[in-house]
Each structure stands twice: as C-alpha cells, then as structure tokens.
Design a protein around this ligand. Structure first.
Ligand code: GDP
Ligand code: MG
Length: 718
C-alpha cells in the first residue's frame, strides 16, 4: 500500500458544529455526542476502508480560533502542526457560517488542505439560509460540501473531495486571506525572516507564524525562544504590531480579526442568501422565558428538582422487582445448594454484593434519561448561562457548570471536561469542586439509606444531599478563591446552541452508554471487590460450640421468659435468635470485623458502628462498593426467612441505624475523596500536588462536618 492510500484526516471545527456526529457517520462508530463544549476531550480515532484507500479520522476538540488560550485549542493546534494531517475536514455550522469560516481561514493559513463540511444544512434551510457551496468554494479556494450529520448526508461527496485533493486534482489553498496592503506590507518582511530560518520554516508555514506573531500569540513567541534568529524576528514582529496598533488605533490582533471577518463577508456576499427572515425564532421565544434574568436560576433548580422527584417515583416499582428477583435468587440457591462455603460465596458475596448494586439500575436509567434529554435539547448549555452571573459573584467561571453537571454522572469525564476552561486557576478550582457533585455511583448509597430510614421522604432526602453537595462546592469555591487560588475568574463567552428536538435514538444511546458502563462496572470491579469483602468477612471461620449455643439460648430465655409451654413459634424464634447471634459473632471475628472494630474509634464521633466504618473505607475503591459492602455485612437475617428481607429492611431494623446516623453517613459519603479512578484522572489533569490537596481537604471536611452534624443532631434529638 502506498502512502497515498493511507490518508490522515482531522475533523476540526467550532464546538457543537457536529464533528463527532460526522465522525460517527463516517466511521460507523458510536461516540458520545454532546451539546456543550468539552465533550470531545480526547482525540477520537477511527479508520475507514474505501476501495484501496484507508482513511484515518481523528475527531479533535471543538475550538473557535487557533490562538492558544485553552487546552482544547492547544490540543488541536499541536495535533495539526505536529501530526500534519493530509486533509482537515472543517465541520461548520451552516446556520452560523461567518463565525465558522473564521476558523476555516486559519486552517488554510496553516497550509494544510481543507475541505469544508457545511453541516446542519437542514437547519440552515429551515431558517431560510441558502448557501451556494460552489460559489463559496470558488471564492475561498476551499472545496465545500453540504452535509447533515445525523442523516449521514454528504459523506460520500466529502470523501470524494478528499480524494481529489490527495490525487492533486483540486488546487487547494490558492487563495489566502488578504489582510489589506498595510498589514501585508508588514507581513512580507516578517515572513521572509522566518522563511530564512531553516528550523522554523520546516516546522511552521512562515505566513501563519508571521500572522500569529502580529497577533501577539504567546505560544508562537514561545516557539521562537532559544533560536539564533529569534531576537531579530521578535523585534521585527513587535515593531510591526506596534505600528499597526498606532496606524489603526486598535490592537494589531483586533485589526487582524476584523480583516478576516471583512474577507469572509466579501466571500459570503455572493454565495449566501437569507431568503426569509423569521421575526422571532422559537428558540428566542423560549429563551425569553427560560433565560430571563430573574427566573433563570429558579427554573434551573426547579427542573433538577422535578427530575429527581420523577426519577424516584418512577423507579420505585422496577427497583422493588429487581430486589425481589435477587431475594428469590439467593433463596433458591440457598435451598438448592448444600450449606458450604461455595454457597455462601455465591449468595452472600456475589448476589449480596453485585445484586445490591444492580438493583439500582432503574434509577440510573431514569435519571440519565432525563439528563440526556436536557443535554440534547440544548438546556445544559443554558444552565451555564443561567447560573453564570451567580457563580461569577462567588468566584467560579460560568463554564465550570458544564464539567460540574457532568459530575452528577461521573467525575472522570467531568474532570476531563474542565479542559475547556482557559485560565489554569479556574480549571484547578473546577476540578477540585467537581467531586462535590454527587456522582451516579453515590446515588445507590443515598437511595439505599434514604429508602431504609426516610421511607416517605426518600426523594427529598436524596435531593437534600445533592443540594448540600452543590452548596458545599459554592462555599468551598468562595473560600479557595480567597486563599489558595486567588484571582478573578476570566469572563465567559460562548454562544448558545439553538434548541433541538431530542432524537429518541440519541437519548436512548446516551442512556444505554451510561447504563452499560454501570452494569459493566458491577460485573467487574464491584464483583472483584465484593468477593474480597466476602473473604474478609468470612475468614477466619468461626463456629459456635454447643456450649456457646446453649449460652445464647440462655440469654434468649432470660429476655423472653417462657409463659405457657414451648410452642412451635417460640422454638422458631429461639433458633432464629441463636443463629443471628452466631452470624453476628462470626462477622465480628472475621478480618473485616477486626478491621472495622480497629477503625471504629475514628468514626465513633460520627455515630458509625464498625459496619458503617468498614463500608465507608471500602468506598475508596468505588462508591458502589459501599452498597455491596453493606449488602454483605447485613446478610444477617437476609436468609432462610420465609419472606427474605431486602437489604433496606435489614438496615432499617439495625438498632444502631437511626435516621440521624443514616443522614450523617450519606453526608460523609458525599464529601470524602472521590474514587480511585477519579483521583487518577485528577492527578493527570491538575497534578499530584492539587490532588493531594483535594484528598486532604475533603477528608478533613467530610469527617468534621459529619461529626458536627452527628453531635449537634444527637443533642437535639435527646
Ligand atoms: P461537536 O461538538 O462538533 O462534536 O458536535 P456534535 O457532533 O456533538 O453535535 C452537536 C449536536 O448537533 C448534536 O445534538 C447533533 O445531533 C447535532 N447535529 C450534528 N449535525 C447536525 C446536522 O447536520 N443537522 C442537525 N439538525 N443537527 C446536527
Ligand atoms: Mg464532539
């Protein structure tokens, strides 16, 4: 295969222009499509074979410009400069063509062949925007193809245009933006200086670097550092920029951007016609209400509240069915299998641990169903605006809202999504606070305890915990901004995407993705940890001697004096009691029991007994594990009863477990450091030092706040 048959194509463009959708349409992959920036945080890669050609696609993060302000911009720019793709497919939102072409022209200056995908053609037409792609292509010197991502329309033509470029049948990049004679006069000598230096000229297109230097692009200046001709080039660039600034009365970078827009306007004048001017689009009308300054925040809160209420109301039944199913399963296995270690492993370890976690699948499905709809409709982006003003006053960046909302799902992608924030301090702050957004894995813990002890008010309790998380994040932001992360948040600019009807396929896809992730985790990590927990709760083995059993029975007789002869019911109760005590003792003598008792003093001020202490500790691996640990530790009574009790009931009937303890435990789980996976991601994104800070901060906060609440709560209750 020749090199010509291996084609590297970068999919680039503004956020939300449809890059990932086109990537999926082209490669047949199913990657997450999101309505807000930061979703494509890593480069996605896919290969397509067509005839004897292989097309390697890379889906790059969305950007507005090639300046190196945000990490997304740096990722995209570095990729293009270092990897030198054969073709850039610039995915553009046709309803917003001018802004999208702005980036397109900068790609062109990088001297990499560009094919323009005029995406969202369907929406543009609905809005009365008519684009003559041939004429646009002719005036810009870039092939243009109309596409509709979700329908896969235009993909063949797109690949044909790529082929034509590779085969040298299309002249590409013949036209460049002309910045006007004054600027061009300054660019030319600068370009020559750069071209004269072999090192730069090989790495960067001279004209592009010259323009960047005039724009005072810091990353471009950095590239020059240490080269022997650098001083001359830097001097010349600074002098020219100064001259332009004086001559035009505006900063050189502004002048350059104006010239680009001027050039774009010239190119679109002929080729883009707006045939119908809708007075007020539906989006604008909806936004007038939803984005109203006063109403925006309450509406946002109301929507989230409503979603949680519905989630709990709807999931109650399927959850009960699942619990019944797992009870039935463990009962049947208990009856069928001989009473040995293997049965215990299966029933107590696997079903008790994994089954407990899987019972929460309905909640996960329903919650993510609603969140996906909000996302696809375009409301999530608005939530950022709705909360921006408020957040800004606290010291958070409006764009922090995206990663934080993702945090309700899972902290790992959320932490990665914080890359869209340009200012490193904004970013560190956002990453530190994201785990306060109670993640999908903590949901089962909250639901389990709320359902066990706050039956009527369970939804409200869970909402309360989520709300406390948000409030703690805000307070922490306020404090951190004024101590370790001093500085003002940078201003927030982003365009709101129009409202879009969510597609059933899209929503179902998101839900499936999340659910499958959850189930997979239950079947792998959670299963493994459940087995470990079963081992440490089962060994060393303990069996009561006959004498000890008689002792237990004696206690029972003392507590329940026999009135009129031993009837069957009484005998039943007796044997039940003896067994319960025995299981309890076995647990307490196991490794886990010893460990739990050993750490119990640390948690005594929080009101936790050794079981809760153990469960809290195991949650470090993954938060769902807390549920499976409880499932295993509370196996007492979960067997051999005619109506096998579910975990909720076992917990509710534990004398140590009061509503106050349950609440404090939920609070503790909410605040303590996130799981190992999230910490790993955090370390990769903001470094070890800040990760260590996060762990320390949340450990201290989690413990002390829980202790305070428990102590005050106990005082009030007694
Ligand atoms: P990215 O940020 O550039 O990767 O954009 P996405 O691929 O995530 O798309 C953003 C949204 O636009 C998604 O909801 C897509 O379903 C939607 N979308 C993408 N292409 C089109 C299109 O051609 N027409 C319409 N109507 N919607 C599109
Ligand atoms: Mg994307």
């Amino acid at each position: 295969m020749t090199a010509v048959n291996n084609i590297k194509i970068a999919l680039a463009g503004n956020p939300n222009s449809g890059k990932t959708t086109l990537f999926n349409a082209l490669t047949g992959a199913h990657r997450k499509v999101g309505n807000y920036p930061g979703v494509t945080v890593e480069k996605l890669e896919g290969v397509v074979q067509r005839g004897d050609r292989r097309y390697h696609f890379v889906d790059l993060p969305g950007i507005y410009s090639l300046t190196a302000y945000s990490i997304d911009e740096v990722v995209t720019r570095d990729f293009i400069i270092n990897e030198k793709p054969d073709v850039i497919v610039d995915v553009m939102d046709s309803t917003n063509l001018e802004r999208n072409l702005y980036l397109c022209l900068q790609f062109q200056e990088l001297r990499i062949p560009v094919v323009g995908a005029l995406n969202m053609t369907d929406e543009a037409e609905a809005k009365g925007i008519r684009i003559d792609e041939q004429s646009l292509a002719a005036s810009l010197g870039i092939p243009m193809v109309k596409t509709v991502g979700p329908k896969g329309m235009g993909m063949e033509v797109l690949l044909d245009r790529v082929d034509k470029i590779i085969d040298g049948k299309t002249e590409n990049g013949v036209h460049m933006v002309n910045y006007g004679s004054e600027i061009e006069d300054k660019l030319e000598p600068l370009q020559k200086l750069i071209a004269g230096d072999a090192v730069f000229a090989e790495r960067y297109p001279p004209r592009w670097l010259a323009v960047k230097l005039l724009e005072k692009d810091t990353a471009a200046f950095k590239q020059l550092e240490g080269h022997k001709n650098a001083a001359r080039i830097v001097d010349a660039a600074q002098e020219s920029a100064l001259w332009i600034g004086k001559h035009f009365g505006r900063d050189a970078e502004i002048v350059i951007s104006e010239q680009r827009y001027g050039y774009i306007r010239g190119a679109t004048r002929e080729s883009v016609k707006i045939v119908k001017q809708s007075d007020f689009s539906l989006t604008e009308r909806i936004d007038r209400v939803i984005m109203n300054g006063l109403l925006a925040l309450p509406i946002f809160i109301l929507i989230l509240w409503g979603i949680f209420q519905i989630t709990f109301a709807v999931s109650e039944y399927p959850m009960a069915w699942l619990e019944a199913f797992f009870s039935f399963l463990s009962e049947s296995l208990t009856n069928v299998l001989p009473d040995n270690l293997f049965r215990s492993l299966l029933v107590d370890g696997v079903i008790g641990g994994v089954g407990g976690v899987l019972s929460f699948v309905p909640q996960v499905v329903i919650l993510f169903f609603f969140l996906s709809i909000l996302e696809d409709v375009g409301y999530m982006a608005r939530a950022a605006f709705a909360t921006d003003k408020f957040l800004h006053s606290i010291g958070l960046h409006g764009q922090s809202v995206f990663p934080m909302m993702l945090g309700f799902g899972c902290s790992v992608p959320a932490i990665m999504a914080s890359r869209t924030l340009k200012n490193p301090r904004d970013r560190i702050l956002t990453v530190l606070l994201t785990p306060f957004m109670s993640c999908g894995a903590k949901l089962p813990v909250h639901v389990l305890l709320a359902a066990a002890l706050f039956s009527e008010n369970q939804a409200n309790m869970v909402i309360l915990i989520y709300a406390i998380g948000v409030v703690l994040a805000l307070i922490s932001a306020f404090i951190l901004r004024r101590t370790v992360l001093k500085g003002d948040p940078t201003p927030f600019v982003m365009e709101l995407p129009p409202y879009r009807a969510p597609t059933l396929r899209g929503v179902l896809w998101h839900v499936w993705e999340k659910t499958w992730f959850y189930i997979k985790k239950a079947g792998t990590i959670i299963l493994a940890i459940s087995i470990i927990i079963w081992v440490i709760t089962t060994f060393p083995r303990y069996e009561a001697s006959d004498a000890e059993r008689e002792g237990f029975a004696a206690t029972f007789y003392a507590e329940n004096p026999l009135t009129d002869g031993g009837d069957e019911e009484y005998e039943e109760m007796l044997s039940q009691y003896v067994e319960t005590v025995e299981v309890q003792l076995a647990l307490e003598n196991s490794f886990a029991g010893k460990l739990g008792h050993f750490i119990e003093p640390i948690f005594r001020p929080l009101g936790f007994d050794w079981k809760l202490a153990t469960a809290g500790i195991t949650g470090f691996a993954a938060k769902e594990v807390i549920v499976s640990t409880l499932g295993i530790l509370y196996r007492v009574g979960a067997e051999e009863d005619e109506e096998s009790e579910g975990l909720r009931e076992s917990i509710a009937s534990d004398p140590n477990m009061t509503p106050l303890v349950a609440f404090v435990f939920m609070l503790f789980v909410l605040i303590i450091p996130p799981c190992i996976a999230a910490l790993g991601t955090m370390k990769a994104e903001i470094g070890l030092k800040w990760t260590a800070f996060q762990i320390t901060f949340t450990t201290i906060l989690g413990w002390s706040l829980s202790a305070i609440v428990f102590q005050i709560g106990s005082l009030l209750i007694h």
